[in-house]
Design a protein around this ligand. Structure first.
Ligand code: NOJ
Ligand code: MG
Length: 572
């Protein structure tokens, strides 16, 4: 096994790409700071913990990392409720710790993207506190979306927009004497009041926030809820309009009034101008949209990338995957943007568990004890095939911490340990997102599996995490970690992040795609299938981890179920 130093030096050499357009084919690793690595033993991951473990990312072979929010926050929505945009929550460290993290990452050739949350803040933000005190009609209230209630006594919410708890997106505040008065809008929890982007002061304030972090040296921003900052004029009722997870809002008549309003693009253009004052910085849109609307977010004067959530929710079926890939490439390509790919993040059930159910039955909203459980081995096999396909596609790709360890969702988390506000706000009907946020296992025989120096871990780690620990998998042929390392190295060496997708004639259930020198074959079916192969082809990569590169027999080979191969002609 190479020494850390050798690993770091090789990683820097591998990453010679320093062009301003580095993001076009970048693989970006998402770090959820609470759960990555804990330096001080309080059971909550922190910035020094991340810095100490950055070698893992260089060794893995990614290009960049994205940190979810570490700003001062009451942590109602785990940091997506920001009380101060230009500082660090003591839970995670200090601004000096950010500097140290940036220096170490950049020294390893890794770029660093941070999260920015412009749709809402925390009810603990000083501006919201000031708005409450200043009362109706004050300029302070103009920073947020305050309205009078409906009904004779104003006791009904100003409109019918639903909240995350299926109740209302509005909360009524009280005057100093306790009398009920106006309502404020919050698309998420009541502790996350929406900013009023019709107030120019809000935009000015965010320009300064962007510059604060750009001056500190961050390489870009992942923009939270970037399709929500502007609401339909007059805040009309939603009526019978509704939305799915990925909002199909191509038809304006059915577009929900709080999402994907055309006005958001003005903000994005303004932000693009700010980041363009610096070299090589990027904006990444978080917007759960159909590709045909999502592409508007990545026009040349807007964001650089947008998460491809349509891909994340595509069922594990060859025909559906092919359609999503084609639609994504065509949509983003029509505006000159690379598309991106993503299978997991901190808001969804990990793909090793989603795929552990038969085709269409993965439950939404989290999984817990008493729910139908995924088949772990089956899910992992499919997840490995899915990732191996994804990493062969052109464009950017996003990985979520732990997926390189084959981590499934923790579906047996005791309900008493849950912390996600969705679990509480839904009255326990939706289990929420804790299951994908359990602290990572690094060392199989250490307390908290090496997450921290002691036994503490803010969510309990299940005993079976032992099999997924980094130290168990590193250097072990066929492990998921080694599969990711190999796929990322080959992707880089073969330039798979660029170029065309050429579909091949294949049997149903099989995806066949030519990517430069590589033929990628994925069997999403439950039976082995004979696939055509050229004489002398060999497997450069096999998602099952079972095979060496020996030449395959031609003209056909047997592709097992839920498997991806990368084939190349054998040059002997
Ligand atoms: C998307 C974030 O990924 C999620 O974790 C958060 O709850 C919402 N935006 C609200 O900020
Ligand atoms: Mg800590």
């Amino acid at each position: 096994m190479p020494t850390d130093r050798a690993v770091s030096e090789r990683a820097v050499a591998d990453r010679a790409v320093t062009t301003a357009e580095w993001w076009r084919d970048a693989v970006i690793y998402q770090i959820y700071p609470r759960s990555f690595a804990d330096s001080d033993g309080d059971g909550v991951g922190d910035l020094p913990g991340i810095t100490a473990r950055l070698d893992h990312l260089a060794d893995l072979g990614v290009d960049a990392l994205w940190l979810t929010p570490f700003y001062p926050s009451p942590q109602v929505d785990m940091g997506y409720d920001v009380a101060d945009y230009c500082n660090v929550d003591p839970l995670f460290g200090t601004l000096s710790d950010v500097d140290a993290l940036l220096a170490r990452a950049h020294g390893l050739g890794l770029r660093v993207i941070v999260d920015i949350v412009p749709n809402h803040c925390s009810s603990a933000h000083p501006k919201f506190a000031a708005a409450l005190v200043a009362g109706p009609g004050s300029p302070e209230r103009e920073w947020f979306v305050f309205r009078e209630g409906r009904g004779a006594d104003g006791s009904q919410p100003p409109n019918d927009w639903p909240g995350t708890d299926a109740g209302t997106a509005w909360t009524r505040v009280a005057a100093p004497d306790g009398a009920p008065e106006q309502w404020y809008l919050h698309l998420f929890d009541a502790a996350q009041p929406d900013w009023n982007w019709e107030n120019p002061a809000v935009a000015d304030m965010f320009d300064e926030v962007l510059r604060f972090w750009l001056d500190r040296g961050v390489d870009g921003f992942r923009v939270d809820v970037s399709h929500g900052m502007v609401k339909a004029p007059g805040l009309p009722d939603m009526g019978p309009r509704s939305w799915n997870q990925v909002i199909p809002t191509v038809d304006p008549a059915t577009r929900p009034p709080m999402w994907d309003q055309d006005g958001v693009h003005e903000i994005h253009r303004r932000w693009r101008k700010v980041v363009d004052e610096y070299d090589g910085r990027v904006l990444v849109a978080e917007a759960w949209l159909d590709a045909r609307r999502g592409m508007l977010y990545v026009r040349p004067d807007e964001m650089h990338q947008s998460f491809n959530f349509a891909y994340l929710v595509t069922p594990w079926r060859a025909i559906d995957l092919r359609t999503t890939i084609d639609v994504s490439l065509a949509a983003d390509g029509s505006v000159g943007a690379p598309t991106t790919w993503v299978l997991s993040n901190h808001d969804v059930v990990r793909h090793a568990s989603r795929l552990g159910y038969s085709a269409d039955s993965a439950p939404a909203g989290g999984i817990g004890l008493g729910d139908p459980q995924p088949d772990r081995a089956f899910g992992l096999r499919r997840a490995r095939a899915a990732t191996t396909l994804m990493l062969a596609l052109p464009g950017g790709a996003y990985l979520y911490q732990g997926e390189e360890l084959g981590l499934p969702e923790v579906t047996d988390l005791p309900d008493e340990s849950r912390t996600d506000y969705i679990w509480f706000a839904s009255g326990g009907t939706s289990r929420g997102r804790d299951g994908c946020r359990v602290p990572l296992p690094w060392v199989h025989d250490a307390p908290s599996f090496g997450f921290g120096p002691g036994p503490m871990s803010w969510l309990p780690q299940p005993a079976w995490f032992v099999h997924h620990a980094v130290d168990v998998q590193r250097g072990l042929a066929g492990s998921t970690l080694e599969l990711y390392r190999l796929a990322l190295r080959l992707r880089r060496e073969l330039g798979l992040g660029h170029g065309d997708v050429v579909w091949l004639e294949t049997p149903p259930d099989v995806l066949g795609v030519r990517r430069g020198p590589v033929t990628v074959l994925t069997n999403t079916g439950s039976e082995a299938i004979q696939v055509p192969v050229l004489a002398g082809s060999r497997r450069l990569l096999d998602s099952t981890g079972e095979h060496t590169g020996a030449p395959l027999e031609s003209p056909t080979a047997t592709l097992p179920p839920d498997t991806t191969w990368w084939l190349v002609p054998d040059r002997g």
